[in-house]
Structure formats: C-alpha cells, structure tokens
Design a protein around this ligand. Structure first.
Ligand SMILES: *[C@@H]1O[C@H](CO)[C@@H](O)[C@H](O)[C@H]1NC(C)=O
Length: 553
C-alpha cells in the first residue's frame, strides 16, 4: 500500500471513529442456505464471500467440507444443530457433548465458529419438539462449557417472527399465549449465558398486505417521515418489528426484572440482545399465492418481490446494522440468503431470496462495505431567521457548537449559513445520520459529497517562513493584502501591529488569506514563503481568523 493511501485510510479511520463513537455497531452476516442442486463448490463460495467482504455466515448444519473451507478466513460462522437432532441432544448430555466435540470443537478456532443455533423455528417447523428445545440448548451449552468454549461460542435458537401474537404497534409486542411458558425459561437461559435471542424477521410480509397501508420507503429503508409509537419514532419497518420483539420480551418478564442497564436507552427491561437470524427480501416471485396457479409461471413477480425492493432493503439493512439507529439497540443481522435456492418448496418467492445466482453472478448489487459518509448542510436559500432557528435547535439538542463561537476554531467564515451548516451537520453525525435528523423544518439537506465544512479537528494555519528573507516576505505580504486578506490589524496602530517584525506580519496576512480561501493548500504557497501547520502556532498570537488569540482581541 502506498504511503499516501495508508495516510488516507488512517485519516478516514479517525473520521469514522469520530462519527461513530455514539454506539457500537452491529455486524452483518449472510445465511448460506443449500437447498439447491446447482450451487458452486464450497471453496468457490468462500472466495465469493471474501470478494464481497462478507465477514459472517450462518449455515444450517455442520457440513464438514463447508467448515473446512471456512478455516483460516476470519469469517465468523454460526452453525446449526438441526431439528432432527433435537430429541437426542435434549435427552442425552453425552450425545450433546459428542456432537459438540465432533461438529464444533474439532473445527475451532481455525474455523471461527461463534454460535450454535439449536433447532430452527421449532415452534413452526417441529412443534412437537418444543418441550425438548430448552434441554437441548442447555446440553449443548454445558458441552461447550466443559470444552472451555462457552465464552467464544454462544447457544441460541432462531424463532420465527410469528411467535409474536401482537407486533403492532411495537409497544404492544407480545408472544403467543402458548409460547409464554416456553419462552420465559429460554429467555432466562439466554440472559444467564450472555447469549442473544435469534429471530427471523421478514418485514416484507407486513408490507405485502395492502390492508396494512405500509409505504415502500418505510418497508425498504427509504427516506420516510417515520412512524411514531409510545415515544419512539421508527424509520423502518425492520426497526419497528425488532422493537416489538423487545417489548414482547419485556412483557414476559412481567416488569419484575427491571435491570438498570437495558436495551435501547433504558426502554427495555432485560439485557437479552435480539439478533435477526434471518432477514431479507425476495427479488422475484409472488408473496401471495395467485388465484390460479396454472396461469402464473415461477418468475411472475408482484410489486413487492422486485429486484429494486430487495436491493434497497438489503443495502439499507447493511447501513442500518453498521451505523445504528436513533433510540434503537444495535443489532446484528444475517441476510437470507447467499444464493437463490432452486429446491426450496412453497410459493415462488422462496426460490428468489438470493443475493447471487448459483453461477455466482449477483442478482443485484449489494455493498457490504458501504460508503456511509453523508453530511447535513443548511440550504442556501433559507432565510436567516430559519437558519437561526435550526442552529438554535441543533446547538440546544446535543450538537457541540463551541467551535463556531467567537474565538472558536470554526468561527470563520462568520456567516449564518456556515454556522448553521456546521451545527446541523454536527447534530446529524452525532445521531449516526439517522433518517429524519437532517430535517430541521426543511432547512437541512443531506449531501453525499463532502461539503466545504470547517472541521475543528482538521484545522490548519498558514505561517511565514523566516528563512526566505524579508524581501520575499514583503512581496508575499503585499500580494496577500492586495488579494483579499484583511491587513488592517497589522498596520501601525492596529491591534496586531506588535510584534512589529516582517515574519509576524507576513504570518498574519498569509493566514488570513489562507483561511479566506478555504484552507486550500495552494493558498499557502506565496512562492515558497508560506507553510501549512496543523498545530495552532504558539508564537503566532495575532490571527483574526481561526486562532483568535485572546491577547489580540
Ligand atoms: C403484557 O401484555 C398484556 C396484554 O397487552 C398486558 O395486559 C400486560 O400488562 C403486559 N404485561 C407487562 C408486564 O407488560
């Protein structure tokens, strides 16, 4: 890597850290389903994962070849104990131990197994095994503990979203009556073992039901006004459904387990994170069965299962997971699925969840390392009164506006527009660029190109080099003062006349010129007499622009 590139990455890293310090983001994974007869060889799939910077997968078994292919890749793997083995794992601790040795411990740590999904949607797919579920989870967990792997590898179980009886509004979230007595001890177990609940969340089902009147934007992470419930504004159906699960957990907990440290800023009772063990969006097919099967081919799509919606949903999900959302807990999620799987039964959408075709060509473009930088700026046509109102709001609600106060590093340019943009953007970044946090009554506008905003951490100054000699300094000084620098303060009697040296006066003029020209590096050239510095110059006590020295004001 070229040094300049490295520098760029380091700077970028600093910026990202600055912007993302509010919350620890979630991680995004992909479900590697294999209900198909035409998928590429595992080693090719692992190359595909790497090419797309996919760092986490969920598999539905413990296939040896798959786990070996994933060795030494740093890709985290959630493995599964399938429903067919639940009975054995529940009834026999020694079976669970042997299974764990053979299917987990023997691959770890070369293969970074980070979880065991015990069963899959048991309440739906194998309801008769429901009474065995917790025992199986406990036996696998005990096996991991006895092998010293209980910290690295968590045991959970993926449940279907329809385990909830009520999911709307989110604050009324409640588990089905017959699952309350099942979920209650499972939640206790997950809390005690520091694990998480896995829920398969597919918002498009609710979106596809026209009686719900859900907008496409809300369903697919587009820009939307948000949906308000119980003091929280949700900007995506995914978040609303996720929160319904948290409320359902609260409801089971009966309010009796009010842990002080809770999810989502204290809105929820217990410390049981929820992971989306599957979520995604079909890119073709029909969500609802056609009236006449005979008239529709497999690839007849409705208006929900489109490539555009699937692409918006999955790209939006990735950004949501990586950058967090206001008032919502961080969440990790697995996109279902890696490939279109031709042998899946059911309605045609079931065969159209893949990000890739079996030939490894993308069904649509998904970016696992999205450029999430965006900025909030004030609209140039907003009146000063509206700019001031937006500015006051931002500064009064969490934005750090100290840099735009007189004497602050970003006081110049001293215009309402520049100050408002600074404040609005600071507020927007602190809220992790969540939808709705750049509105400000219509004054704010999101831009995806870096605007010319003052960055207080990147402040720089232009100073004169003494060694070029007084003659060159005078020529450059004349140039700066004749081309826009305000040199009144360094005239005899001006407040920055002292120290009366050529280099001090030149530094004053150079810096004034440089700041006025947006700190463009070319604006500190002065035929080699100027030099950019990144530390406020200590002897340079008289700049009226950025470094407003107290002694000189
Ligand atoms: C659980 O939900 C039911 C039905 O809405 C409600 O009556 C009950 O008070 C809730 N319990 C808790 C602890 O929130």
């Amino acid at each position: 890597m070229a040094p300049t590139h490295l520098l760029h990455v380091l700077l970028l890293g600093g910026v990202i850290q600055l912007f993302f310090s509010r919350s620890e983001a979630g991680e995004i994974g992909v479900c590697w389903g294999t209900v198909a007869d035409n998928l590429p060889d595992q080693s090719n799939v692992v190359q595909l994962l790497k090419q797309n910077s996919i760092t986490m997968v969920r598999i539905y078994d413990t296939d040896a070849k798959t786990l070996r292919s994933l060795a030494n890749t740093n890709i985290k793997v959630m493995v599964s104990l399938p429903n067919e083995l639940l009975n054995s794992a529940a009834s026999s601790p020694s079976y669970a131990l042997q299974w764990t040795k053979d299917n987990v411990a023997s691959y770890y740590p070369a293969t970074l197994i980070n979880g065991v999904a015990v069963g899959n949607e048991v309440f739906n797919l194998a309801p008769s095994l429901t009474p065995q579920l917790l025992s199986a989870m406990k036996n696998v967990q005990a096996a991991l503990a006895s092998l010293g792997l209980a910290d690295a590898i968590k045991v959970s179980t993926p449940i279907a979203f329809n385990s909830l009886k009520v999911s709307y509004p989110p604050s009324k979230g409640e588990f089905k009556d017959d699952l309350v007595s099942v979920m209650s001890p499972i939640l206790d177990f997950l809390e005690q073992t520091g694990s998480y609940l896995m829920v398969n969340i597919y918002p498009f089902y609710a979106y596809a039901d026209p009686s719900n009147h859900i907008s496409k934007e809300y369903a697919t992470f587009g820009t939307n006004p948000g949906v308000f419930d119980n003091g929280v504004k949700y900007y995506s159906l995914f978040d609303a459904e996720l929160d319904a699960v948290y409320y359902a957990i609260d409801n089971i907990s009966g309010g009796s387990v009010r842990a002080s440290l809770a999810q989502a800023g204290g809105r929820h009772n217990r410390r049981i994170p929820v992971r989306a063990s599957e979520t995604g969006h079909p890119s073709a097919g029909r969500v609802n069965p056609p009236r006449s099967m005979a008239t529709l081919a497999d690839d007849d799509s409705d208006s929900v299962a489109t490539k555009e919606n699937a692409q918006n949903y999955n790209n939006g999900l990735i950004k949501r997971v990586l950058s967090g959302a206001t008032d919502m807990p961080d969440v990790s999620a697995y996109i279902f699925a890696l490939f279109n799987e031709d042998n899946k039964g059911g309605p045609s959408i079931e065969r159209n969840f893949g990000l890739f075709y079996p030939n490894m060509q993308p069904v649509y473009e998904v970016d696992f390392v999205p450029t999430m930088a965006s900025w909030c700026v004030a609209k140039t046509d907003a009146s000063d009164a509206r700019l001031q109102a937006a500015l006051d709001y931002a500064c009064g609600h969490g934005a750090d506006c100290s840099a735009i106060q007189r004497g602050g590093r970003c006081f110049f340019p001293d215009t309402k527009l520049a100050h408002a943009s600074y404040a609005l953007n600071d507020y927007y970044q602190r809220n992790n660029r969540a939808s709705g946090t750049c509105d400000f009554g219509g004054v704010g506008s999101i831009v995806n190109q870096a605007p010319n905003l003052c960055d207080p951490n990147q402040a720089s100054w232009c100073v004169a080099k003494a060694e070029v000699g007084d003659a060159r300094l005078q020529a450059a000084l004349d140039y700066a003062c004749g081309h826009g620098a305000d040199c009144s303060a360094i005239q005899k009697g001006g407040r920055c006349f002292d120290p009366d040296t050529k280099v001090a006066h030149a530094s004053y003029a150079f810096n004034d010129y440089y700041q006025r020209n947006g700190r463009a590096s070319s604006a500190c050239d002065f035929a080699g007499a100027g030099s950019v510095v990144y530390q406020a110059p200590s002897k340079f006590t008289c700049t009226r622009t950025l470094y407003l020295a107290r002694s000189c004001d």
